[in-house]
Design a protein around this ligand. Sequence first.
Ligand code: CMP
Length: 154
Amino acid sequence: MKRLSITPAETVQFSKIVRGLNFFGSMNMAMLEKILDGIQLFECDRGEKVCVQGEVGDTFFVVQKGSLTVSVRKGRLSLPKQIATLGPGDCFGEMALLHQAPRNATVACHSASRLFVLPASHFRAVLAQNPEFAKEINDLANSRQFELDHKLDR
Ligand code: CMP
């Protein structure tokens, strides 16, 4: 992944996307500035893996552009199964951060993509400050866990 410089317009774009997840809630201005300062923008090529199932994860991602596939392998001998696709406005990488567990799935770029990236420390600071966001993101992770548990059985 190649890091890009982030423009003020892109920072606003990030804010608009995550507002749907109640990300900022009633966060004070100082905290908001700190979080927005920590956002990075990365570009990745088609085929590149952004998260690898089983690896340690320490970042949260929000898709700015492009499309990505989510796939899972049940056992060492089974083939990966694609269970979802992600596009602009979608987020991922929350499960490893919420549960302090390895990545649950492999997320790879289906086309060249651009991703906003938030380090775990900032993600956890937002969670701690903002119960509305904690609820939204836990609900999302739980529904994804349900899909992981059920789609793989078929
Ligand atoms: P994490 O486990 O940190 O890394 C892989 C990510 O894939 C995971 O967080 C979720 O963000 C994402 N993911 C897992 N299952 C699904 C699903 N069913 N639909 C969409 N995204 C998913």
